[in-house]
Design a protein around this ligand. Structure first.
Ligand SMILES: *Cc1c(COP(=O)(O)O)cnc(C)c1O
Length: 382
């Protein structure tokens, strides 16, 4: 049997599915989902306020250790809002990694700001503090209110690292550099609910952290997102702006700023609360799956991306590294033709037409990873 056929066989055995399609990541609804949604419908409070919104926010703040959590319609608009609250203005620049999902770069654009792409670490797949430090040392000047790019003369107002596939990046070093350069840290923790760096939950290292509950994430609300804050004041502001900046009043309709309709409906929060109750169970199953993959691939001489040092990964999406782009493409073709969903990493942001002109550091690690990495089935269904 060829190598790829052995891998397909192993995946089919692991998921106990001798035939048919095996998706990359399917949601699991084994808890109180139907009960809470029914309760929600019976209450008639299915829209933007209600008990499930409050409970979901409270329980998630407790789970992550954030002081406050505020729900949003999805992770992308949560990122947009986070950047606005971090003070990102038209014509500013925001540093992020080229190896990320499009939402990170889009949210920067929604603010009228330009992304600047800095390389990732090979072992963690997240923004590299070393590359960041080099870029800032060489290309920026500190002035009174912030850090300015020597080339573009623009202010670099925020930085958005991402914890790729749930593996924490070197967020402690990144946070220190941000402090040193007066750059606001907004963490894209959309993929890393249940992941910790030095026992601290991802998304709680910067001013604001963002989670996503899209259908393919570790828990889902159908569509949804959340902002994590370490201060009450910002959380209050976020609530206000996500509800059209309406000034609370029993009957008057007065708004005191440009607001957004970005709040998650109560019915989605009902689903989220039921999912959150199962999170620790999902995490356990996903760890078991990752351990099985790891021991299988170590026998096959294929590198499996494992939990980095001082970290606890949620193993949202498992990934392997093939020899080169050619082998990667052969693997993608073979597995997908045989009913096993696998996929390459996102096209690097700097290669997309919208961001082709954005400033980009030396990104050799991101390019190296993009040539080799493939995600393999990762549902918590083994
Ligand atoms: C999923 C995801 C988001 C947010 O996506 P939504 O689908 O809008 O919830 C943001 N960034 C990353 C890296 C993601 O994977």
């Amino acid at each position: 049997m060829n190598r790829f056929a052995e891998i397909v066989k192993f995946i089919r055995q692991t998921f106990n599915q001798p035939e048919g399609f095996i998706p990359l990541h399917a949601p699991v609804f084994n808890g109180n989902e139907k009960k809470y949604i029914e309760e929600c419908i019976n209450s008639t409070f299915v829209s933007s306020v209600g008990m499930f919104v409050d409970r979901f926010e409270e329980d998630m703040a407790n789970f992550t250790g954030a002081k406050k959590a505020v729900v949003c319609v999805n992770g992308t608009n949560a990122l947009h809002l986070a950047l606005m609250l971090a003070g990102v203005k038209q014509n500013d620049e925001v540093i992020t990694q080229p190896l990320t999902f499009i939402a990170t770069a889009n949210a920067i654009s929604y603010c009228g700001a330009q992304p600047v792409f800095i390389d990732v670490d090979r072992d963690r797949l997240g923004l590299s503090p070393q590359a960041l430090q080099n870029f800032l040392d060489k290309n920026t000047t500190r002035k009174g209110d912030g850090c300015y790019n020597n080339l573009s003369k623009r202010k670099i107002s925020a930085l958005v690292p991402m914890h790729t596939f749930g593996h924490p990046c070197r967020i402690d070093e990144i946070a220190k550099i941000c402090e040193q350069y007066h750059i606001e840290l907004v963490e894209d923790a959309a993929e890393s609910l249940g992941s910790y760096f030095n026992k601290r939950h991802t998304g709680t290292f910067g001013k604001i952290g963002v989670l996503s509950f899209n259908g393919n994430k570790i828990i889902t609300t159908g569509g949804g997102g959340m902002l994590l804050f370490d201060d009450e004041e910002s959380a209050k502001k976020a609530k206000h702006i996500t509800t059209q900046a309406k000034v609370p009043h029993a009957w008057e309709f007065v708004h005191d700023a440009i607001g957004y309709n970005y709040r998650m409906p109560n019915i989605n929060a009902a689903l989220g609360l039921a999912q959150l109750e199962q999170l620790s169970g999902f995490l356990k199953i996903k760890r078991e799956l990752a351990e099985r993959y790891q021991s299988f691939f170590s026998g096959k001489n294929i590198q499996f991306i494992k939990e980095p040092e001082n970290s606890h990964s949620n193993y949202w999406l498992n990934a392997i590294l093939l020899k080169d782009r050619k082998e990667r493409d052969e693997f993608l073709k073979y597995t997908n033709q045989n009913g096993i969903m696998t996929r390459p990493v996102w096209e690097l942001m700097n290669r997309l037409p919208m961001f082709r002109d954005s400033q980009c550091g030396n990104i050799k690690n991101a390019e190296w990873i993009a040539d080799r990495l493939v995600n393999i089935p990762s549902s918590a269904t083994i």
